[in-house]
Design a protein around this ligand. Structure first.
Ligand SMILES: [Zn+2]
Length: 98
């Protein structure tokens, strides 16, 4: 497999104002899940430097939706078994001396 070329993220023109450019930022994204407020740090978003318009990364949004709502978009009833936690024999538990 080839390593994908690093292509620099280019600012895109803001759809709201003619002069603004939208730059990538990592923000803290808030969303409601039922009654719970979910906070997602380091969420990729595009923010306009002129009007402050925010657009969220589409992939990140769909990833988040999937994460918060695993049954979304699954019309068939398919139960996923969560992977069992494996005990790790002999794993060292290092605690720093104080
Ligand atoms: Zn703008």
């Amino acid at each position: 497999m080839n390593e994908t070329e690093r292509d620099p993220i280019q600012p895109v023109q803001c759809p709201e104002c003619p002069a603004g450019m939208m730059h990538p930022h990592l923000i803290t994204y808030f969303t409601w899940l039922g009654d719970e407020l979910i906070m997602v740090p380091n969420f990729p978003a595009w923010i306009c430097d002129m009007c402050g318009k925010r657009e969220y990364d589409e992939k990140a949004i769909s990833w988040l939706t999937m994460l918060l709502n695993p049954n979304a978009g699954e019309p068939t009833r398919r139960q996923r078994k969560p992977p069992l936690p494996r005990p790790r024999p002999g794993s060292a538990h290092i605690t720093p001396d104080s």
